[in-house]
Design a protein around this ligand. Structure first.
Ligand code: AMP
Length: 350
């Protein structure tokens, strides 16, 4: 099903999801005089605190979804696990960007890896797995003793993921079996462990007129699989930067994106770029674009889906983003008066 005609300067933007990415998009929209309505199952979400209206309901509540859709000019989403049926239903009422094909790809790791490979983009060597026996036979076939297994759906921040390493001589069956059981799934992928130098991401936007822009790659560090630090622009070799931008632009073009998406990548020890994951939305590694670029990823997302031309992604400053995780918030005092520092709090209840 194709989307309705794109809006020309939408005045009210609907966002599915009430998290921090929706909040930052709503704040960017407000600067452009665009009102935001949020649809979320969560009362008092971070995004609703800064939006004109919130519809609190489940993603299968068709009456409320219809009311939401009728109250806005265009709809987007701020996280990837929106049920596809919800998007298909909303599309019969108002345009939804990015299109659901991107959600279908990014919600399921088999689709995601297949799509990336079809676009000629390298990924870690991978295979489908529906049982512990599949993992064992794939490892034997690959002549490997270690791998990562990941659930096909709902994996984030290292959840739905387990590492297997049987090189220390533990009984193969037990280790694989335990890892498989920990995923609590019947569909997974098995991936070769990439010996990476670093992790990077590129955030790109495409508008309804077909123009594509990219922010420079960001270098990302994780703590317990959670993004802890982003350095932008990534201090990497010019060729690597160009290559990561080319890969992302190619992907955006093939998808026919409208809005913002991010591609997470590894730079291997051999200097190869390997794509890991597509985020069909604004990305945590791009918070720095609010303070270091004239037009942030959030504003460009709003511009793209609201039918406006994209703004300049060139940074006017370099930036380091520190993510305050858990109790880090208790050490906020050191940042309030630190020169060149901007603080962004999400308004989360916990
Ligand atoms: P993901 O859920 O795929 O984004 O993975 C979360 C994190 O796990 C990544 O940011 C990497 O730090 C690590 N990781 C995932 N896949 C691999 C892999 N194939 N090889 C090495 N590290 C990985």
């Amino acid at each position: 099903m194709t989307n309705a005609a794109p809006p020309k300067f939408a005045k009210t933007l609907g966002i599915l999801g009430g998290g921090q990415l929706g909040r930052m998009s709503a704040m960017a929209a407000a600067r452009l005089g665009i009102k935001t309505h949020i649809y979320t199952p969560e009362a008092l979400s971070p995004a609703s605190q800064v939006s004109a209206k919130t519809f609190v309901g489940d993603y299968d509540n068709k009456d409320l979804l219809k009311e939401f859709a009728e109250s806005v000019d265009v709809i987007s989403y701020e996280f990837e696990n929106i049920p596809i049926d919800c998007v298909k239903f909303l599309k019969t009422i108002k345009p939804v960007y990015p299109d659901e094909n991107l959600l279908e790809i990014s919600q399921h790791r088999w689709n995601e890896k297949t799509f990336l490979n079809q676009c000629g983009i390298h990924t870690a060597r991978w295979a489908k797995a529906t049982s512990a026996a599949d993992i064992q036979s794939t490892l034997e076939q690959w002549s490997l003793t270690s791998c990562i297994i990941k659930t096909t759906r709902f994996g984030y921040d290292g959840k739905g993921q387990a590492k297997i390493d049987i090189s220390n001589g533990q009984p193969i069956e037990n280790t694989i079996q335990t890892a498989w059981e920990s995923l609590k799934t019947d569909e997974a992928i098995i991936e070769q462990i990439v010996p990476f130098q670093c992790e990077l991401s590129v955030i790109a936007a495409r508008d309804t007129y077909g123009k594509i822009i990219c922010y420079p790659p960001t270098l990302n560090e994780h703590q317990n699989h959670i993004l802890s630090k982003s350095i932008a622009p990534a201090p990497l070799d010019k060729n690597i930067i160009e290559k990561s931008l080319d890969i992302t632009k190619n992907l955006v073009h093939q998808i026919g994106l409208v809005g913002v998406m991010a591609l997470e990548m590894f730079l291997t020890k051999d200097g190869e770029i390997i794509a890991n994951e597509i985020a069909p939305r604004t990305h945590n590694s791009g918070h720095w674009t609010i303070d270091a670029c004239s037009v942030s990823q959030f504003e460009n997302h709003v511009r793209a889906v609201c039918g406006l031309p994209l703004g300049d992604p060139t940074p006017h400053s370099s930036a380091i983003m520190h993510n305050l995780i858990g109790d880090d918030i208790d050490h906020l005092d050191q940042y309030w008066t630190k020169p060149g520092t901007n603080i962004h709090l999400y308004g989360k209840s916990e």
